[in-house]
Design a protein. Structure first.
Length: 134
């Protein structure tokens, strides 16, 4: 058993990743990670802001989230990947382009040690903007 020194919660795995603080902004979320991980999260955030300049930033489900007439994307840092949460219908629509990545209903895993796939991210976000317009 392992007990988090910050929140006092007990976990089966030593140093298990969890959130024990309230996070109110994407900036607060990003600073929780190592400099390398922060750079990757900042890069993804800037990509999304460039693709969807009218989207609002918020924290939802303790994750950075962009909304524009509904959710566009959530993302989260994990041990070996960045979780990119675009929704089940978007993953289904892009399934053929996702063969290289681990994905499941609504979720795509981008490996942390590889470049982010800008064009794919752009296409999925634009798809969600259009889907939210309807």
């Amino acid at each position: 058993m392992w007990t988090c020194s910050m929140c006092g919660r007990e976990f089966k795995k030593k140093n298990q990743s969890h959130y024990c603080r309230s996070i109110n902004s994407i900036d607060e979320y990003i600073v929780l990670y190592s400099p390398t991980e922060q750079a990757k999260l900042k890069e993804l955030r800037e990509m999304i802001k460039n693709i969807a300049p009218y989207a609002e930033e918020k924290i939802s489900w303790k994750m950075p989230t962009f909304v524009q007439n509904g959710n566009l994307v959530h993302f989260a840092m994990h041990q070996n990947h960045i979780g990119f949460y675009v929704g089940a219908s978007t993953v289904k629509a892009f399934e053929n382009q996702l063969a290289y990545y681990t994905f499941s209903k609504g979720t795509i895993q981008f490996p942390k040690n590889e470049p982010l796939p800008y064009q794919l991210i752009k296409e999925m976000i634009l798809f969600n903007i259009e889907k939210n317009r309807i």
